[in-house]
Write a protein of this length. Structure first.
Length: 382
C-alpha cells in the first residue's frame, strides 16, 4: 500500500483545525473567557474568575483554582508546585523534566506534555486534552505579539511571569498564589524572604568597603555574569559583597546577562568566585584553566560551586533565593553568620514550602552543587 504523505498532512491539519474550533467554541461559551489590558472584553467575566496583573503589568482575567494549567517556563513550574498546583500541571518546559530533585519530588511531571522546543511552541501539543485553562509564559515570549496572539486564539488566558528584583519576585508570588489558591503559602514565602534579608542586612550593618568581599559570579559560563538590575544583582551587594562586575542592562528582561573578557576577569582578580556549573569549576581547576591559577580566588581556595536544589541557587529566577542569601553571607562573612546551620535551613525550607522531608544525604547533595543537574543522567549513574 502506498502512503500518501499529502493526505496524512491534510488529516493532521483537519484534526488540529477541529481542536482549535472546539476550544474557541468553549471560549465563546464563557468557559475560558479572559480580558487583557488594552483589548475589549470578550465576554462578561463569570463567577470563579479574577483579574490579576501579571509581571508585564497586563491585566488578565483568569479562573481561580484552575484544574489544568500549562507552565511553559521552567522557573514558574517551581512556584506553581510550591503554591499547591502540582496536580494541575499538564504541560511544562522541557527543562523541568531534567531537574533531578524536582522530578524526585514530583514524579508526575515526567508525564506532562513538553510543547516547547528550540524556543518554538507547538500549539497542537500545548492544547491537547486536557486543555490548560491558563498558560504561564515567560515575559520575553509574551512580548512577542505573534506568540501571544497564536496562544490567545485558543481562548485561553496567558499570564506573563518573571522578576528582576525582590519586589517583583514577591509580587509575582502573590499573583500566582491568588490564581492557584495558595495565598497563605505565598504570604509565608514572601515573609520568609523579607525576614532573611532583614536578618542579614542587620548583621552586615554599615560595613566599611575594606571589610566587604569582592565576588565574581560565573552564571553557567566562566565569562558570563549577572547584570546589576537583576534579582541576584540586587541582593548580592546587601550581603557585604562588592560585585566584581556591576553593569546595568537597558533591558534586563531580554538581556539578563553580561559577558566579560578573560583578560578583564584576570584584571578584576576577585577574592571569591561562585559558579553555577560544575563544568566551569572543573575547567578552572584543570590544566586547561592554567591561566586562571594566578587569580587570588584560586590561590586562596575561594572558588565555590553554588548549591543546587530544584533550581540553581543565585540564579536570576531561583525560588531558593532565601537559601542562597544565607549560604553566600555565611561563606564570605563566617564570623557574622556562624550560627546558621545550612543543613537545617534547607530541610526547614522544603518542609515549610513544599511539605517535603529531605534526608540529610539529599541535603548534602544539594550543597555539593553537582548532582541535581540532569534527571536522566542521574538515573543512569553507576
Amino acid at each position: 500500500m502506498r502512503i500518501n504523505v499529502n493526505e496524512i498532512n491534510t488529516r493532521k491539519s483537519l484534526r488540529f483545525a477541529s481542536l482549535l474550533a472546539l476550544v474557541l467554541a468553549l471560549a465563546l461559551l464563557g468557559s475560558c473567557g479572559f480580558v487583557t489590558q488594552g483589548s475589549e472584553a470578550i465576554a462578561e467575566v463569570p463567577d470563579g474568575f479574577i483579574m490579576v496583573t501579571d509581571s508585564l503589568g497586563r491585566e488578565v482575567y483568569v479562573p481561580i483554582n484552575p484544574r489544568y494549567v500549562a507552565t511553559v517556563h521552567a522557573p514558574i513550574t517551581h512556584f506553581v508546585t510550591m503554591l499547591g498546583g502540582a496536580d494541575t500541571i499538564v504541560a511544562v518546559a522541557s527543562g523541568n523534566t531534567r531537574d533531578v530533585l524536582f522530578v524526585e519530588m514530583f514524579p508526575d511531571i515526567l508525564n506532562a506534555r513538553q510543547p516547547r522546543g528550540n524556543n518554538m511552541i507547538n500549539l497542537e501539543e500545548l492544547f491537547k486534552d486536557p486543555v490548560p485553562q491558563i498558560v504561564f509564559l515567560d515575559e520575553v515570549s509574551v512580548r512577542d505579539e505573534r506568540v501571544l496572539q497564536n496562544i490567545e486564539a485558543f481562548g485561553v488566558p496567558v499570564v506573563a511571569v518573571g522578576f528582576n528584583s525582590i519586589e517583583e519576585l514577591m509580587a509575582m508570588t502573590t499573583m500566582v498564589g491568588q490564581i492557584m489558591g495558595g495565598e497563605e503559602i505565598a504570604a509565608a514565602y514572601n515573609a520568609h524572604l523579607t525576614e532573611t534579608l532583614a536578618m542579614i542586612t542587620q548583621r552586615i550593618g554599615n560595613m566599611p568597603d575594606e571589610d566587604k568581599r569582592v565576588v565574581y559570579h560565573a552564571v553557567n559560563e566562566l565569562l558570563r555574569t549577572n547584570v546589576a538590575n537583576s534579582l541576584a544583582g540586587e541582593w548580592m551587594p546587601k550581603m557585604g559583597i562588592i560585585p566584581a562586575v556591576s553593569v546595568m542592562s537597558d533591558d534586563p528582561i531580554n538581556n539578563n546577562r553580561h559577558f566579560v573578557g578573560l583578560e578583564e576577569l584576570l584584571q578584576l582578580d576577585p577574592e571569591y568566585i561562585i559558579i553555577n556549573g560544575a563544568d566551569v569549576y572543573d575547567y578552572i581547576h584543570s590544566p586547561r584553566g592554567e591561566r586562571l591559577h594566578v587569580l587570588s580566588a584560586f590561590q586562596n581556595d575561594n572558588i565555590y560551586l553554588l548549591p543546587m536544589g530544584i533550581s540553581r541557587w543565585a540564579h536570576h529566577n531561583s525560588l531558593e533565593t532565601p537559601l542562597a542569601m544565607k549560604w553566600l553571607a555565611q561563606l564570605v562573612h563566617p564570623d557574622l553568620f556562624e550560627d546558621i546551620d545550612m543543613v537545617e535551613e534547607i530541610k526547614d525550607f522544603y518542609r515549610r514550602f513544599f511539605d517535603y522531608e529531605l534526608s540529610r544525604e539529599t541535603v548534602e547533595l544539594i550543597l555539593d552543587g553537582r548532582t541535581f543537574r540532569d534527571w536522566r543522567s542521574f538515573q543512569n549513574r553507576s
